[in-house]
Ligand binder design. Structure first.
Ligand code: TYD
Length: 180
């Protein structure tokens, strides 16, 4: 279970009236989280807003966000499984070439859905409508990262974020996104 800062919200329901709502936010699977990062090319190309928009519009909840110049040590851990690949040195060079925007998104099946939203690793094979399929051309500059498994997401989130940097908040739109 994630430990993170917890906030409570009040929802306004017209007429300036504040009403408490029933919460089923603890239903299993709703609180799945994933790490998404806008890579340096995405930041340079002013695509941060476009990428955030796609996750927001889908109905996922942003629980952590920061811009950083990723240290090589962090990236070496993040891409540990790729260390022996021929493209690894250029991948590290590219990922340290400028700031990245790291985010944690939460929601039902968010890991699997994010991979679908992001599209194939190689933009040439990424479907139109996906982030990579719409916004990139070459595998070496594919604008965005998204964790590829629930276990991987847990590892990556703890690598990129302190638990106090994640906000456990409940949206007033919850019952319009989930019916559980
Ligand atoms: P990988 O983890 O296989 O893909 P994904 O980002 O879709 O989870 O690879 C990590 C990154 O490495 C990938 O986003 C882009 C880069 N990469 C290359 O530059 N060349 C390659 O041939 C591959 C497979 C990846």
């Amino acid at each position: 279970m994630w430990s993170s800062t917890r906030t409570s919200v009040s929802c306004f329901w017209g007429q300036g009236q504040v009403r408490s709502r029933s919460s089923n936010a603890d239903f299993p699977g709703i609180k799945e989280r994933t790490l998404v990062a806008v890579k340096p090319d995405g930041v340079q190309r002013r695509l941060i807003g476009e990428i955030i928009k796609r996750f927001e519009q889908r109905g996922f909840r942003l629980v952590g966000l920061k811009m950083l110049q990723a240290p090589e040590k962090l990236l070496a851990q993040h891409y540990v499984s790729l260390q022996k690949k021929p493209f690894y040195p250029s991948l590290l060079h590219y990922m340290t070439s400028g700031p990245v925007v790291a985010m944690v998104w939460e929601g039902h099946n968010v890991v699997r859905s994010s991979r679908m939203l992001v599209g194939d690793t190689d933009p040439a094979g990424a479907a139109p409508g996906t982030i990579r399929g719409d916004l990139s051309v070459h595998i070496s500059r594919n604008v965005v990262h998204a964790s590829d498994s629930v276990q991987g997401a847990e590892k990556e989130i703890s690598l990129w974020f302190q638990s106090a940097e994640l906000i456990d908040w409940e949206g007033c739109d919850h019952n319009n996104i989930y019916h559980l």
